[in-house]
Design a protein around this ligand. Structure first.
Ligand SMILES: Nc1ncnc2c1ncn2[C@@H]1O[C@H](COP(=O)(O)OP(=O)(O)OP(=O)(O)O)[C@@H](O)[C@H]1O
Ligand SMILES: [Mg+2]
Length: 221
């Protein structure tokens, strides 16, 4: 379970501290698929970064299960991120020189998993996401939707509990965007992962169980 209590985030801009999150409370249960919406600059990406352990709260508490992430040292937060959080970005963020297979395998390679085990896992994920035929292709040979499917495969291959998608359909046309959401729904239904999807699109948000809206640095119903 995710629980944020009174979370504040300020960014230093020269001598001035700019508040972005201003006392934000939020609970997300295990296995929820939620959309996160709000105006540009309202702090959606900032919140995802905090949840995934790539940024720290300025004040307040962040609990992930029984871990108080807001109290961990920077290096322990990095461990937390590696173990628990998979990110999906609008621009896919794939390694251009790697094939689809190698991109998906990357988190497992970094973990030092034996090659045979990696092969089994990557093949399973490619199978379930319809990527098998593309295994040996480089990202630039793929369509946007195929690249995003590869990025999703990379995010889910290593059994992370939390999937954080920052406008995953933002660079796709509506049909491909809807295909990506159908895929996330399928992953949601077949796993116990918690999935958070940032979007500006109400139709995309409609695929989720719940919509969380952020305004003035807080959650509004
Ligand atoms: N590293 C940073 N340093 C300084 N200011 C930052 C930093 N990251 C974000 N901000 C500021 O925090 C505010 C919230 O940014 P954030 O990227 O979280 O918004 P967002 O809701 O994701 O917007 P968008 O919908 O445009 O992606 C913005 O005013 C932004 O300029
Ligand atoms: Mg953003």
């Amino acid at each position: 379970m995710i629980k944020l209590e009174g979370v504040r985030k300020r960014f230093k801009n020269g001598n001035i501290e700019v508040p972005v999150l201003r006392g934000l409370d939020l609970t997300i249960a295990d296995g929820e698929l939620v959309a996160l919406m709000g105006a540009s600059g309202s702090g959606k990406s900032t919140l995802l970064h905090i949840l995934g352990g790539v940024d720290r709260v300025t004040e307040g508490n962040y609990f992930f299960d029984d871990i108080e992430v807001s109290k961990l040292s920077n290096s322990k937060v990095e461990d937390f991120r590696r173990k628990n959080a998979g990110f999906i970005f609008q621009q896919y963020a794939l390694m251009e020189e790697y094939t689809v297979y190698e991109n998906i395998a990357l988190p497992l390679t970094i973990k030092g998993m034996p090659r045979k085990e990696i092969k089994k896992k990557v093949n399973e994920v490619m199978e379930s996401l319809g990527l098998k035929e593309l295994a040996d292709k480089k990202p630039r040979k793929l369509s946007g939707g195929e690249q995003q499917r590869t990025a999703i495969a990379r995010a889910i291959v290593s059994d992370k509990k939390l999937i954080l998608a920052d406008e995953p359909t933002g660079a796709l046309d509506s049909e491909n965007g809807e295909n990506i959401m159908e895929l996330l729904v399928k992953i949601h239904e077949s796993s116990d992962k918690t999935i958070i999807v940032v979007t500006h699109d109400e139709k995309i948000a409609g695929y989720c169980d719940r919509i969380i809206r952020i305004k003035d640095g807080k959650i509004c119903a």
